[in-house]
Design a protein around this ligand. Structure first.
Ligand code: CP
Length: 299
């Protein structure tokens, strides 16, 4: 049983295997795999990640358990570790976890007998998001070695920014950041910090981030933010004609991105969501079967 909990520690050859297998799922379609039982333990809200893991498990013919945190014994003080030990004792093979803490670090050395997949850990990591973003870019550009990606917005509080930095730089992508100074991240200071207006004609991908209000109380004026740091209609006109517009979602229209940019032909926002199902199929399959499902071939 494999676990996938960290973008930083995921070897490049495993990233490439997962991307290849995800693309194969898109090309040849879903088919039942080797079986297993999966539970999604989501302690933070989600639409895309939660539903796409459910969809991926259904496509693979896996058994799934339903967990509603609001009706769970978390409300009686049960820890994440005790919840995971409980679902392991129930016979679950793999737990997909989203939690506000840096939980993979907290669980290190805990000796859990089931596999784990990180569906989001606080501000720290979101490896399946970075995988689906890499797949979306690879579909457009082929190889990723020479491309430039500019990630704009609340970098400091973003697990998507960290996951993409760790995973994309491993694949040779040049990752830069832009946005308000207050949202610079000291742990990502090795990457260039640009003026958004300078990046518009000098990037292959412009990835917009939502302001993560749930993680801080920064003063904020949506209209002012949009004018200074958002992909406005005026900036959309200046954006490179082959530059992809990406966003992990959910989008806040009129804040980090205008509606015209969401609908623009350069936008890959819906494609990111679709690719998320294939990537999560590849991840579930890799965890449960070592990535050897169906016609797929392990590297
Ligand atoms: N991108 C992402 O993680 O979206 P959700 O919070 O809707 O899962």
């Amino acid at each position: 049983m494999n676990s996938l909990v960290s973008s930083k520690n995921l070897p490049r050859h495993t990233v490439e295997l997962l991307l290849k297998n995800a693309q194969s799922f898109l090309d040849i379609g879903p088919s039942p795999g080797g079986g297993g039982t999966v539970v999604n333990l989501f302690f933070e809200p989600s639409t895309r990640t939660h539903l796409s893991f459910q969809m991926a498990a259904k496509h693979l013919g896996l058994k799934t358990l339903f967990f509603d945190v609001n009706q769970s014994s978390t409300n009686k003080g049960e820890s994440l570790l005790d919840t995971l030990q409980t679902v392991a004792a129930l016979g679950v093979d793999l737990a997909v976890v989203r939690h506000g803490a840096d939980w993979p670090v907290l669980l290190e050395g805990s000796g859990l007998s089931l596999g784990l997949v990180n569906a989001g850990s606080g501000i720290f990591d979101h490896p399946t998001q970075a995988l689906l973003d890499a797949l979306t870019m690879r579909q457009q550009f082929g190889g990723l070695g020479d491309i430039k990606v500019t990630i704009v917005g609340d970098v400091r509080h973003s697990r998507v920014a960290r996951a993409n930095y760790d995973l994309l730089t491993k694949l040779g992508v040049v990752v830069r950041f832009a946005g308000p100074d207050q949202f610079r991240a000291s742990d990502l200071a090795q990457a260039p910090w640009l003026e958004l207006d300078d990046a518009l004609t000098d990037t292959d991908v412009l990835m917009l981030l939502r302001v993560q209000h749930e993680r801080h109380n920064s003063e904020y004026d949506a209209a002012l933010y949009h004018a200074r740091y958002g992909l406005t209609e005026e900036r959309l006109k200046r954006l490179g004609k082959n530059t992809l517009i990406m966003h992990p979602g959910p989008v806040n229209r009129g804040v980090e991105i205008c509606s015209a940019a969401v609908a623009d032909p350069r936008s890959r926002i819906n494609r990111q969501v679709s690719n998320g199902v294939a990537v999560r199929m590849a991840v579930l399959d890799w965890c449960l079967q070592g990535g050897r499902h169906g016609k797929l071939v392990s590297a």
